[in-house]
Structures are given as C-alpha cells and as structure tokens.
Design a protein around this ligand. Structure first.
Ligand SMILES: O=c1ccn([C@H]2C[C@H](O)[C@@H](CO)O2)c(=O)[nH]1
Ligand SMILES: [Zn+2]
Length: 144
C-alpha cells in the first residue's frame, strides 16, 4: 500500500490535536503533560495523552494511549503520521516502548515532535527504530 504524506493542513490539525490532548493528561506524579495525535490511512485523527498511576510503573505514554484508544474505539489499521507535544523548551522523541507500539501499525510512519519553543523534530520511525522487530518476524518463523 502506498504511504501517503500528510498535507500541511493535516500537519497543522495533528499539531493542534496533540496540544489539546495534553490538557487531558493525568500526571499527578510527573507533572509532565504529554499529548499525541495520530493520522490514519483514512485521514482520521486520533488523540492520546499520558495517564499515570500511583503504582508508578503502570503509567501509559500519550503515544500508546492514542494507538490503543484508536484501535479500541475506531478499529485503527494503519498509522501515517504521529505528532507528539511535550511541555518543554525543545522537542522530545517518543520513548522506546512507544516506538515499538507505533511500529505495529505503521512501520514507515512520519514522526513530528513539537513543544513550547520554536523548534521541532521531523523524522521517521525507520530512523527512530532501525531493524525493528515486527509482525513479519513472527510470520517468518520456521515451521517446526
Ligand atoms: O514521549 C513521551 C515521553 C514521556 N511521556 C510521559 C510518561 C510519563 O507519564 C511522563 C514522564 O516521563 O511523560 C509520554 O507520554 N510520552
Ligand atoms: Zn512512550
């Protein structure tokens, strides 16, 4: 399937959705409210925020919340692009766990990180997670 690229208007929508989603973040422990928004192959935008827990290690990042809720609510199939907003002076990249989860639904997806400052990062998941382990590795498994 051909990978399509978001239009400038779609990037602007993704950025706004990521910033808005951060307002729903549940971050009583880190006070670090992150928002994410994913664009799917049907041009739908799905938001997510980080949701922390008193058992600290169980918190979920904004990017994974976006993926899981989009799948549960809307049957997400393919991610074209993700935008991540962090409340920082410089943009930050998704954590390793989120890179892996993003890879499941969009191995070649585009990643934009935005923040409260003027800088942004535009990259790809291929750059962030080279030699990824994904669904194809399971189907490649030798029959026993
Ligand atoms: O890309 C990132 C990085 C961090 N966090 C969350 C996890 C935790 O709730 C808080 C501090 O790490 O920010 C995200 O949601 N996405
Ligand atoms: Zn993460």
């Amino acid at each position: 399937m051909a990978q399509h690229t978001p239009s400038p208007a779609q990037w602007a929508e993704l950025e706004a959705a990521a910033r808005l989603a951060a307002r729903h973040a549940y971050v009583p422990y880190s006070r670090f409210a992150v928002g994410a928004a994913i664009l799917d192959e049907q041009d739908r935008i799905h938001p997510g925020c980080n949701v922390e827990n008193a058992s600290y290690g169980l918190g979920n990042c904004a990017e994974r919340t976006a993926i899981f809720s989009a799948r549960a609510l809307h049957g997400l199939q393919q991610v074209i692009a993700v935008c991540i907003y962090t409340p920082t002076a410089t943009p930050t990249s998704p954590c390793g766990a989120c890179r892996q989860v993003l890879n499941e639904f969009g191995p070649h997806l585009l990643v934009r990180s935005i923040c409260d400052g003027p800088d942004r990062i535009d990259t790809t998941l291929d750059q962030l997670l080279p030699h990824a382990f994904g669904p194809q590795n399971l189907t490649d498994a030798a029959a026993s």
